[in-house]
Design a protein around this ligand. Structure first.
Ligand code: OSB
Ligand code: MG
Length: 371
């Protein structure tokens, strides 16, 4: 659907997390999130940039987003005629990296386009294969094993279908052993966020006895080859996250047998266009995928739900209820998860949830109207 953007509004919001979230690379208490609103012919589309507060997950962080979008992306996008949202990715492909900044804007354009067409975003991106998406949770590193076990219990009671725990050296084999002992039959997996090297292969092989669904990104954030070497040595399936930044990376990883599962994140891949290509390629090669999360506010969460309706998303993702993260979300009502551990895919046009604009305004710390 042809369109031309008249305005882009950037906003930075600050939201405290209900509970800190710790990975192998840092502990987060509060999110600082950049939101992108794109405007054309009186309609708005919304996107969320999924970068963290520090350049630790990848090279992007909250403060890098603003100049990138304002000085490099907006001038190439504003007042330019597009045939459709699918063309936005290519229009900023001359920028090296910075997929999250570019992806936040790209997703906003898909949202705008679906509102113009009067269809749910899930349909508009070619999804809608399912009316409900299965949900898992990602549980960060805690202060004690007892605390972790208590949190897992809470999430299982809430209905979540799969538990992911974070691991790092010193919080790994023994923790997984205790969790598995307590919960012998749950769908369980571990995410290392690049905390290990190939020298740890024998150490990681100890995880094979715990029947994990997968181990996510054990090795370097930019490695594929070592993961292939590790996968040949361990039985636990490897799932890649950080190192899959382009569709070609997914091709390389699958060709080298570096993984048996892929985590697809909208931001990490630069938006729906590339995320769909990774999905299609994985599906053609029999590689299951699931939707990863980045502690998103309601907007990013809603986009993840739409993405998760593509047919290859056969495993429960890290898409969970707003209330696990926020006392009050910027969408009202927030994302809710049923006692069966599923989210009903919204049917309204666009991403399908109501923005709480008063609350959004009250937590906005910075705003720029481009140009
Ligand atoms: O690796 O999946 C990850 C959060 C921040 C950075 C990286 C990751 C995560 C999560 C949280 O695991 C997923 C969620 O949003 O619930
Ligand atoms: Mg991960």
């Amino acid at each position: 659907m042809a369109f031309r953007l008249e305005r882009i509004v950037l906003r930075q919001i600050r939201m405290p997390l209900v509970h800190f979230f710790e990975t192998s690379f840092s502990r987060t208490y509060e999110r600082a999130i950049v939101l992108v609103e794109v405007i054309s012919e009186g309609l708005s589309g919304w996107g969320e940039v999924t970068a963290g507060e520090h350049p630790f997950y990848n090279e992007e962080w909250t403060a890098s987003i603003w100049p990138l979008l304002r000085d490099y992306v907006a001038p190439r996008i504003l007042h330019h005629d597009f045939d459709g949202a699918g063309d936005v990715y290519g229009r900023t492909a001359h920028i090296r990296g910075h997929f999250m900044a570019r992806g936040g804007l790209e997703a906003a354009v898909w949202d705008l386009e679906s509102r113009r067409a009067g269809v749910p975003l899930a349909r508009h991106i070619g999804g809608g294969a399912r009316a409900q998406v299965p949900c898992g949770v990602s549980i960060g590193i805690q202060d004690s094993a007892a605390q972790l076990i208590e949190k897992i219990q809470t999430e299982l009671h809430a209905g979540y279908q799969r538990i992911k725990i974070k691991i790092k050296p010193g919080w790994d084999i023994d923790i997984v052993r205790q969790v598995r002992h307590k919960f012998p039959n749950i769908l369980l997996m571990a995410d290392a966020n690049s905390a290990y090297t190939l020298a740890d292969a024998a150490h990681l092989k100890q995880l094979d006895e715990f029947n994990l669904m997968m181990i996510e990104q054990p090795l370097a954030h930019d490695d594929i080859l070592d993961h292939a070497i590790l996968q040949a040595k361990i039985e636990t399936p490897i799932c890649l996250d950080e190192c899959i930044r382009t569709p070609h990376h997914a091709e390389q990883a699958i060709a080298l047998h570096a993984c048996r599962i892929l985590n697809i994140k909208l931001g990490r891949l630069g938006g729906f266009h590339a995320a769909k290509r990774v999905h299609d390629f994985a599906q053609a090669h029999g590689i299951p995928v699931w939707c990863g999360g980045m502690l998103e506010s309601g907007i990013g969460r809603a986009h993840n739900i739409a993405l998760s309706t593509l047919p290859g998303f056969t495993l429960p993702g890290d898409v969970s209820a707003s209330k696990r993260y926020w006392k009050r979300d910027i969408i009202a009502p927030g994302v809710e998860v049923s006692p069966q551990g599923v989210i009903d895919v919204p049917t309204a046009p666009g991403f399908g949830y109501e923005l709480d604009l008063d609350y959004l305004k009250s937590i906005t710390e910075r705003e720029d109207v481009l140009p």
